[in-house]
Design a protein around this ligand. Structure first.
Ligand code: UT7
Length: 331
């Protein structure tokens, strides 16, 4: 019997309309367009301004866009996996809320928390259900409202993040396309360097935690940078070597979009020319679990069936990894 693989067969996205530029930020904190472009490479990011809307609203829009694009109906979906670190609520899972808002009633759903590696972790988890042969239509949603946990008085983190959601449809195939290989890693040594200090069971919310700004994302940028720049390149090289892929064999690197310098270093180590690297960090910033699928969505028309893609990420935890994906369709 032929091996069942999990293939991406459609992808959609949702972006808020409001744009926050570097010039806007320079009126809020002591920063400049020049510093942000030089050190990070972000020009602007999208922000969901409506305080009453959460990650699930963006996720819902992405899923509805996917339904519209594919003609799929809510009742066709068997499983919803949502990668997010900005859930609507501590409980229940945002995947449950998205299922409700999109009319998905014949499925079960849960969240995955793996920060910037959320898409790769969730892709592997969701793909295992598809590869089992039991699941025919699995939805992988990424939904991030990073503006809800960003401290806009902290110049070291506020230029980095943006809001976005995506929806990826995974279906089984017996063709030689889809998820071919993966390497996923974690090292808990990183948890202190990139975290939200309060609001969990260790340090529940009090007036004091709010006053100290401990519900915002905290990052020791330089430490995270050092790990990210080596780990993301190492794992990308490892997956290339393991699959006997040279730079010529790769159509695109699809890197997590945290910092242009990290992306450039990874592409250089892989010996890839700039046109083989998907980059949209200038327009959207770091949308955490949404960066990689946002790239796939934007580049969809340029992708051809059989194209070899390397997806690579590094994020809080630390979590990191690479996936070797063969694109499954022509648009
Ligand atoms: O996606 C999840 C994983 N996260 C990442 O991969 C992020 C990894 N880290 C980074 O991308 C970088 O460390 C940052 C972009 C966060 C910071 O860049 P950096 O080159 O590491 O800057 P730094 O923290 O070493 O700061 C250099 C200087 C400092 O001033 P002094 O102490 O040298 O006087 C900062 O205070 O730049 C200052 N600075 C700023 N200046 C203007 C920090 N942020 C800003 C700012 N505007 N926004």
């Amino acid at each position: 019997m032929k091996k069942i693989r999990s293939a991406i067969t459609a992808i959609a996205a949702a972006l808020p309309n409001d744009v926050l530029t570097n010039d806007d930020l320079s009126k809020m904190v002591d920063t400049s367009d020049e510093w942000i472009m030089q050190r990070i490479g972000i020009k602007e990011r999208r922000i969901l301004k409506d305080k009453n809307k959460g990650a699930s609203d963006l996720g819902t829009e992405a899923v509805l866009n996917l339904f519209k694009k594919t003609g799929l109906k809510p009742e066709d979906i068997e499983l919803v996996v949502c990668a997010t670190i900005t859930p609507d609520y501590p409980l229940p899972a945002t995947a449950n809320v998205i299922s409700e808002k999109t009319g998905i009633k014949n499925a079960w759903s849960f969240d995955i928390s793996a920060a910037c590696s959320g898409y790769l972790y969730a892709l592997e988890v969701a793909s295992k259900f598809v590869e089992s042969g039991e699941y025919k239509k699995v939805l992988l949603v990424t939904a991030e409202k990073m503006s809800a946990i960003t401290n806009y008085a902290d110049r070291t983190t506020c230029p980095l993040f943006g809001d976005a959601a995506t929806a990826t449809l995974l279906e089984p195939t017996t063709e030689e396309v889809g998820v071919m290989d993966y390497i996923l890693r974690t090292d808990g040594i990183g948890y202190k360097h990139l975290l939200i200090k309060a609001g969990g069971s260790v340090n529940p919310a009090t007036h004091e935690t709010v006053d100290k700004g401990e519900h915002f994302l905290y990052q020791e940028g330089q430490t995270v940078f050092k790990y990210a720049v080596s780990r993301m390149a190492d794992v990308s090289i490892e997956i290339m070597e393991r699959n006997k892929l040279s730079a010529e064999d790769i159509a695109f690197l699809v890197p997590h979009q945290a910092n242009m310098r990290i992306i450039d270093a990874t592409a250089k180590r892989m010996n890839l020319s700039p046109e083989k690297v998907m980059i949209n960090i200038q327009r959207y910033g770091n949308t955490t679990a949404s960066t990689i699928p946002l790239c796939l969505w934007e580049w969809e028309k340029q992708l051809k069936k059989g194209d070899n893609l390397i997806l690579a990420s590094f994020g809080a935890g630390f979590t990191w990894g690479a996936v070797f994906l063969k694109w499954a369709y022509n648009s």
